[in-house]
Design a protein around this ligand. Structure first.
Ligand code: GLC
Length: 624
């Protein structure tokens, strides 16, 4: 069914990627394009941008950009990104229009897990710079009306943290700050099976490490150099809150909380179920979403003044469920503003298997999962929206099509679909360029502890090397960690030295300099998406509806004005590498619609090309 209205709509007013002539929005977007200025920021240049100027709920209209410092920009030529490198590239973020910079850890660290193993929470690792460099970064952000959110890694510390070093002494008052336990009854320390529980670490191998000196084991859910803090001990919690207040006083605007859903455990530490043929049991039931989690989150919020100070809080909660997220993000409960669900990034894994056991992901599963979170948090709570981060492969390779033919359109369409959901979108560095997976073929190219341990253990268990390398190429964390691609120079302009991880050879084509110069790039599409969020209240508050939930190619979303049901945004996206014809009977009546954003400007008709998407506004004229 192809009625007149649809044909007209899909042809006549399709505009440029940056908006359509004649509309208020497009004028603003075009102005933004002309001067690279701030788009849609509600900031008054006469008022200093900082702690006093964070209005309640400011993050609802914000877009967050994640920087993984090691891979962003290297100012001193040692091959590793650093804080001065970030400060030197703030113009890029300002042009993009983002509101918040989330900085992955820059604290002092032995770098066993690239800084997610912290040995001093109140200092900067020399690899990344100094506290003065961080102050300059905060000032540089605030001068551009960008807020800065720190990573908070308090499920565990480094084994070099003074707290842990002290706790090695069984007589120390810090002993109970970590999870020290004697061997399993009847076992000698170090004997096979003597670990206090049968749990497996997230990075493979047992989750307990023997300390020869005391004959006891300590718990590490991640690497053996990341001992778990014992949040049951109130002194631990108070030390964490004091540290957080110190950062707030320094001017940071919020925290992204690393695996925060793990901090409350069943203190009896029960063994986990061992899967058929497995060596270890799962710790999940005992450590994830534990009984005191919400009590701790509320206490932290109160003690640090997170809600009172209108700081942005986002919890990384790999085990969160919709009901838990509803409660945690209910503003009345004052726990967190939003959480990162992992459900949608676990859909391409065989259920119950580790992340490396990859299966095809049909589109309906993905869109229905995101829709379930939208519906679950529609009345109370708020979503964090993301495709990528430093732990996930590149979205354009994983969910899109990174072939030269479809890379640009699929990166734009994935961005469009995500940003048109209700919640706060997160952009991971390089996503705005359509950066792809690393395409490493040798294990020697990988640096990530998780990938290297998986490779060793899988080969030892007899998994064919080809299978292991394929899984790494699709899911390994280094895919997201290759250097940011600034320009076509050697090492993508990331460093003048030898980069710690090789740059993707496609940087000669995919890079920020080229992207900024060409209005048809993924970068400019992301600018438009971000500007749209700043200008269009329906992106923020429109009610979410998923149409055609079972369609294998089309992702169709409506965002409806709660006060005027005829006023809505409609996203029609072909999420496949084959063309598709839209049946107008499946869409709301389209007369009078205008196109706000399109991947293929000037295209007409009801057929969508591969990875083509359009954002339409309907019923706008009815608004006063
Ligand atoms: C989180 C981080 C990841 C890290 C782990 C342990 O999942 O995002 O990078 O390895 O926690 O801190």
């Amino acid at each position: 069914m192809k009625d007149q209205g649809t044909t007209r709509l899909l042809s006549s007013r399709v505009g440029c990627s940056g908006g359509c002539p004649g509309s208020h929005l497009s004028t603003q977007l075009e102005n933004a394009g002309a001067n690279w200025g701030r788009v849609g920021r509600v900031s008054n240049p006469d008022v200093p941008f900082g702690t006093d100027t964070r209005p309640e709920g400011w993050w609802r209209t914000a877009v967050v950009y994640q920087v993984y410092p090691r891979s962003f920009a290297d100012a001193d030529g040692d091959g590793v990104g650093d804080i001065p490198g970030i400060t030197a590239h703030l113009d890029h973020l300002e042009r993009l229009g983002i509101d918040v910079l989330w900085l992955s850890p820059v604290y002092r660290s032995p770098m066993d897990d690239n800084g997610y193993d912290i040995s001093d929470y109140q200092d900067i690792d020399p690899l990344f710079g100094t506290l003065a460099d961080l102050d300059a970064l905060i000032a540089g952000c605030h001068a551009r009306s960008i807020r800065l959110v720190m990573d908070l890694v308090v499920n565990h510390t480094s084994d070099e943290h003074p707290w842990f070093v002290e706790s090695r002494d069984p007589a120390s008052s810090k002993r109970d700050w970590y999870w020290w336990r004697p061997p399993r009854p009847g076992y000698a320390p170090g004997a096979p099976g003597a670990e206090p529980t049968n749990w497996e670490s997230v990075f493979s191998g047992p989750a307990w490490e023997l300390d020869e000196a005391s004959g006891e084991y300590y718990l590490h859910l991640f690497s053996r150099r990341q001992p778990d803090l014992n949040w049951e001990n109130p002194a631990v919690r108070q030390a964490v809150y004091a540290m957080m207040r110190w950062w707030v006083d320094r001017g940071v605007d919020g925290f992204r909380m690393d695996v925060i859903d793990l901090v409350s455990r069943d203190p009896t530490l029960p063994d986990g179920v061992v899967p058929p043929g497995g060596r270890f049991g799962s710790s999940h039931a005992a450590v994830a979403n534990g009984p005191r989690l919400e009590e701790y989150l509320a206490e932290m919020n109160r003690e640090v003044g997170l809600g009172a100070g209108h700081l942005l809080t986002v919890g990384e909660m790999p085990s969160s469920t919709i009901p838990l997220a509803q409660r945690v993000t209910d503003p009345a409960r004052r726990e967190l503003d939003m959480v990162f669900t992992f459900e949608h990034v676990d859909l391409d894994v065989r259920p119950g298997s580790p992340k490396w056991d990859i299966v095809d992901l049909p589109l309906p599963l993905l869109k229905q999962n995101l829709a379930a979170w939208q519906e679950g948090l529609a009345e109370v709570g708020w979503n964090a929206l993301y495709w990528n981060n430093h732990d996930q492969p590149r979205a354009v390779t994983r969910f899109g099509d990174d072939s030269p033919e479809h890379r640009v359109a699929s990166a734009k369409t994935l961005g469009t679909v995500l940003h048109l959901h209700r919640g706060t979108p997160y952009v991971y560095q390089g996503e705005e360029l359509g950066m792809t997976n690393a395409a490493f073929t040798e294990i020697a190219e990988y640096r990530d502890i998780e990938s290297l341990r998986y490779h060793a253990e899988a080969l030892a268990a007899g998994v064919p090397e080809e299978t292991v390398m394929r899984a790494l190429a699709l899911k390994g964390r280094d895919n997201a960690r290759t250097p940011m691609q600034w320009d076509a120079r050697p090492h993508a302009g990331f460093t003048t030295g030898e980069p710690w991880l090789p740059a993707n050879p496609n940087h000669t084509v995919v890079n920020a300099a080229a992207a900024q110069a060409d209005p048809s790039t993924v970068f400019h599409h992301y600018r438009s998406l971000i500007a749209l969020r700043h200008h269009h209240p329906l992106l923020v508050d429109g009610r979410f509806e998923l149409l055609l939930p079972d369609h294998p190619q089309l992702w169709v979303i409506v965002r409806r004005d709660p006060a005027d049901p005829d006023h809505l945004l409609l996203v029609v996206a072909n999420c496949s590498s084959q063309p598709v014809t839209v049946d107008a009977g499946d869409l709301p009546p389209l007369d009078g619609a205008s196109v706000l954003l399109a991947t293929h400007p000037g295209r007409s008709g009801v057929e969508l090309w591969a990875w083509e998407s359009r954002v339409l506004e309907l019923g706008a004229t009815r608004r006063g």
